[in-house]
Design a binder for this molecule. Structure first.
Ligand SMILES: *Cc1c(COP(=O)(O)O)cnc(C)c1O
Length: 391
């Protein structure tokens, strides 16, 4: 079957998840299955648990669920809140809006604040919402809004919320969707005072989709122990009992793929990985700007760079890149469909990104837009030095 190939070569993913999986993930995935109620698997889980704590920069436990990232988000909402309770969500795109949709499905009332496309919530916005609305018991954030490439100042918002907690004598949990920041952008869960953080396997962990990770702090566990929304498979109390023995059959092969990939990422060094991803995003931004495209994000995240395509045909750019160069990028979602393109180079080295840059320039030229890629080649190569860790 040639469906996933172009010109006889495998397609390369420049999408913000799933991303091309790492060689370590491929090896983990290909290993013969082991039974999950064995010491061998418990050892895998022990090491994975310790490494996930490092990835989140937390001392709190991490639950691994057999679900994509959204399942992890839903598990948090179901376990933390009851119908009628109130939360604050700043909405800057499709993924922050997902928090709203999940809450509404559980009857949790949402105080929402709309941001312009490419905007990030300011700490003052959260502080004001909490001052005005005394019923709010949690703030739900999206660290990197993947639909626009915007980074949220989680550290700043968390500090504003804690200051307010201290002066107002109330408790406000901070839950963060870190699906496109885990192992991608600087994320310091404990230092920043995050109660709950969600991650997934198919983004920064360079592994196949299908797992979500939840790091849950003591204040959140306290809430979970009280009667909340109906829950069974995603009842986190069951998972928190023992990270080595999940209540239900874990996704053994996916766990091994993600565990081996994470092993490799931590061998490279988390800070080196953050730096490589940041540089890859800078290079992509420079490339798009060289083609005259305007980036959406005011505060650029590392996982994905989004550009307005204005009068150019966004679908045409994507189709040409795929059919002629075997490279897949993403388009816009919801109201941004047809108006933007989104590019991600997670886990890609300088050679792979330069190859993309030349293919992108040729594609743009075909659509009548000159892209000065030769003029910026020296700058790109210099920025991409940091990405050599992947080669
Ligand atoms: C990818 C992603 C998710 C999870 O999506 P799934 O398709 O359920 O894995 C959640 N939040 C953000 C910001 C994402 O980028």
């Amino acid at each position: 079957v040639e469906l996933d190939r172009a010109n006889g070569k495998a397609l390369k993913l420049f999408t913000p998840g799933p991303v091309d999986i790492s060689p370590a993930a491929s090896e983990g995935l290909a290993r013969p299955l082991i039974h999950h109620r064995t010491d061998r698997f418990r050892e895998v889980m022990d090491r994975f648990q310790a490494n996930l704590k490092t990835a989140f920069q937390t001392c709190d436990g991490v639950v691994t669920l057999a679900s994509s990232g959204t399942g992890g988000m839903e598990a948090l909402v179901a376990n933390l809140f009851s119908a009628g309770e109130r939360v604050f969500v700043p909405v800057g795109g499709k993924f922050s809006n997902r928090w709203v949709e999940i809450c509404e499905a559980y009857g949790v009332s949402v105080h929402r604040s709309e941001l312009p496309p490419g905007g990030s919530p300011a700490p003052e916005l959260a502080a004001r919402a909490l001052r005005e609305d005394e019923e709010v018991c949690a703030v739900l954030l999206t660290h990197c809004e993947t639909s626009t490439g915007s980074l949220t100042d989680v550290r700043g918002i968390s500090k504003a919320v804690r200051d307010l907690e201290r002066s107002g004598g109330r408790r406000v949990l901070i839950c963060v969707d870190c699906v496109t920041s885990l192992c991608i952008d600087e994320l310091l869960k404990d230092v920043w005072g995050i109660d709950c953080a969600v991650g997934a396997s198919q983004k920064g962990l360079l592994s196949p989709p299908g797992l979500s990770f939840l790091s849950v702090g003591p204040r959140a566990i306290e809430r979970m122990m009280m009667p909340r929304s109906p829950r069974y498979y995603f009842d986190l109390r069951k998972y928190l009992e023992d990270h080595r023995d999940a209540p239900f059959t874990p996704s053994v092969s996916l766990v091994r793929a993600a565990a081996e990939s994470l092993d490799h990422i931590l061998e490279l060094g988390l800070e080196n990985v953050w730096r490589a991803n940041r540089s890859a995003a800078s290079a992509l931004r420079l490339l798009g700007e060289a083609a005259g495209l305007r980036p959406l994000a005011r505060h650029q995240a590392s996982a994905v760079v989004a550009f307005w395509t204005d009068e150019l045909d966004a679908g045409g750019i994507r189709r040409t890149l795929e059919s002629e160069h075997g490279m897949v990028i993403a388009g816009g979602q919801g109201p941004l469909a047809g108006k933007i393109i989104r590019i991600s180079a997670l886990g890609k080295g300088p050679a792979g990104i330069m190859e993309f840059a030349r293919a992108f320039a040729r594609t743009m030229a075909q659509l009548g837009r000159y892209c000065h890629v030769d003029e910026i080649a020296g700058d790109l190569e210099r920025i991409l030095e940091d990405c050599k860790i992947w080669e």
